[in-house]
Design a protein around this ligand. Sequence first.
Ligand SMILES: Cc1cc2nc3c(=O)[nH]c(=O)nc-3n(C[C@H](O)[C@H](O)[C@H](O)COP(=O)(O)OP(=O)(O)OC[C@H]3O[C@@H](n4cnc5c(N)ncnc54)[C@H](O)[C@@H]3O)c2cc1C
Length: 395
Amino acid sequence: MQSNFDVIVVGSGPAGSAAAVQARRAGLSVALVDKATFPRKKLCGGLVTGRSRKAIKAIFGAEVEGQMFLKATEMRFSAKGRLLADLADGPPVHLTMRWDFDEWLHGFALEAGAVPFLGQGFTAIDETARRITLKDGTALHYGVLIGADGVNSAVARALFGRPFDPETIGFGLEIEAPGTAMHDYVEVDLDAAVWGYGWAFPKHHSTTIGVGGIKSRNADMKAHMAAYLERCGLEPDAIPYKGQFLPFGDFKKVPGRGPVLLCGDAAGLVDPITGEGIALAMESGALAATAAAEALAAQAPETALRRYRTALRPMHQSLREARMWRSLMFPKAMREVFLSAFARGTSLQNKYLRLLAGEIEYRDLRLMFLRKAPKAAIRAIGRKLRPGTRAEGRP
Ligand SMILES: Cc1cc2nc3c(=O)[nH]c(=O)nc-3n(C[C@H](O)[C@H](O)[C@H](O)COP(=O)(O)OP(=O)(O)OC[C@H]3O[C@@H](n4cnc5c(N)ncnc54)[C@H](O)[C@@H]3O)c2cc1C
């Protein structure tokens, strides 16, 4: 059995499968290790955004179409049941079950020639010998190791002593309500949790309903979930909740060490406002594989992290910007201001949809804000100077 590989990828979720495909495309030998066999369960809303669609096309050469996906063009935003916006003709999003979706992506990695080691988790690393050990004792040697093993990453734990910071990590609860979907639009409740939100996503044979947010700010996430289920018209205790951590903006500044790279949830790459992680997982997996290929071609595997960090810079910058926006949107004092601004502001709603579609970045939101701020300030000063003008400047 082959035990030496240019690249070993640990984890074959969206990040790991993307890394494996990209590394094979660069002509590298690849071992793909996962503690599960496929298909396997993964707690997730299964919302595949336009940004994800682009990544799937670019990395796997595949289209998001067919039975695995349900297409939706309507999104409803609410706040504790109060409708803020109903956007009927937005850019399409797709809804899928991760059971099917991840098996599909994993299949591309196998087709590309990655050698599977399934049903055996990573347990230990010897960084000096560039060797990992699997649960059954199998030892594999790598040039570059890519840890794509999710939010509870054993690779990150082996490097840094823990996979994430418990103070900043997010947490989500979900149920799969069986039967015909409750509605055919995507519902997001922007006030269902503290520093978080709730979602009800239609699927072919169910509705995925959940709430999530920063764990340390939601001492009783179950109570938020029960309240949200009631607002959805469901018995709160009818189906047991499942829970999982989610790196809600909690990305690692240094995602690895030398020839060991972390990507996807293992690197904390989830959007801190929308909770989108699938696109960032695939994008970062591909970037990690490209950095690995360049480092190996230069016969300097230890330079992989430096190369990867350079490639990740725009994504990190965007996540920093998102965190900045979040600190304006989520604090209690700002909540109502933000929610009513969202309800009134078609431009803001539009930007949110375009963010999900991968058409704009948080940077563009900042630029829009900076362009509009001086005019808004002048209008506000004008209102102050004109006695009798209403606060909102409306007749
Ligand atoms: C409740 C919830 C809802 C979400 N909804 C959405 C959504 O609607 N849309 C969206 O874009 N994102 C969503 N996310 C985020 C998204 O699920 C993740 O960002 C995404 O799955 C990250 O992909 P990944 O490949 O990094 O990790 P994962 O998908 O978690 O894959 C990790 C893989 O590593 C394997 N593994 C773990 N440990 C080991 C080990 N020791 N050895 C070997 N293999 C191992 C696992 O079996 C798994 O196959 C949601 C997250 C949560 C928690």
